[in-house]
Ligand binder design. Structure first.
Ligand SMILES: Nc1ncnc2c1ncn2[C@@H]1O[C@H](COP(=O)(O)OP(=O)(O)O)[C@@H](O)[C@H]1O
Ligand SMILES: [Mg+2]
Length: 228
């Protein structure tokens, strides 16, 4: 389902051209597989997720997701591909401010275009109900607690039935009780929708609930990736 081969990423920063961050000879994930990506801060986890989502292009190498080579897609093709096939859950939620829970999920559906628009509202409401927010459809994101905001972003990530969900420290902004609930929800929702999950987390308890734990140190042959 996902295959990276010889993926390199360098950042170009003024005065210190091309600082290498990642060199990944090979990384593969199967359909519906759940993988925890662990590693210290600054080791390139977010960079890797951004490349898999097609938000960031690798410096060289190939990323194959479903049946597409990401490097062969134009920016607008990548945007459409991502909207349909990849769900993203961020540490800081990244909901549209001033929009309701429902409107946030609807926005993802408009980009994904997997259902005719007359079905969108019903489907968005169902999805929010699945994450326990059936009673919060019309609350604006700023009126929701952190735990509730992350639930909205899980609903948003899964509403288009993506093949892959990328979650970057999804519980790091939550208190312990909410973190546990959101982690379980993310895990269960990916299972019930048949989505693979690639999750970065410092929470080893959460990482251990995945099928496989990958340390970025073992994945990437660059050990001095920090730009300091
Ligand atoms: N836009 C950027 N420009 C230059 N360096 C960057 C940029 N984004 C990240 N980096 C550097 O790349 C390395 C990996 O960052 P990141 O992927 O955010 O790590 P992690 O998510 O594991 O904390 C860090 O050393 C960081 O400083
Ligand atoms: Mg990060």
């Amino acid at each position: 389902m996902l295959l990276l081969e010889n993926v390199d990423k360098s950042y170009t920063i003024p005065g210190r051209q091309h600082v290498p961050v990642l060199h990944i000879p090979r990384f593969q994930m199967s359909s519906q597989e759940k993988v925890a990506l662990v590693g210290p801060s600054g080791s390139g986890k977010s960079t890797l997720l951004h490349m898999i989502a097609g938000i960031l292009r690798p410096t060289s190498g190939t990323i194959r997701l479903l049946d597409r080579q990401l490097e062969s897609l134009s920016e607008s093709e990548l945007d459409r591909f991502r909207a349909k096939h990849v769900g993203y859950v961020f540490q800081s939620f990244n909901l549209l401010p001033g929009f309701t829970a429902m409107e946030n999920v609807l926005a993802a559906m408009r980009f994904g275009q997997i259902l005719p628009s007359k079905k969108h509202k019903e489907r968005a409401a169902e999805m929010l109900d699945q994450v326990g927010l059936g009673h919060r459809l019309h609350h604006k994101s700023g009126q929701l607690s952190n735990g509730e905001q992350q639930r909205v972003s899980i609903a948003r990530a899964l509403v288009n039935q993506p093949a892959l969900v990328l979650a970057d420290e999804p519980t790091a902004s939550l208190d312990y009780a909410n973190a546990e609930q959101v982690a379980a929800l993310l895990n269960d929702t990916c299972s019930s929708h048949g989505a693979a999950l690639l999750l970065c987390s410092h929470d080893l308890e959460l990482a251990r609930t995945m099928d496989r734990i990958v340390h970025i140190r073992d994945l990437s042959q660059i050990t001095t990736g920090r730009v300091g």
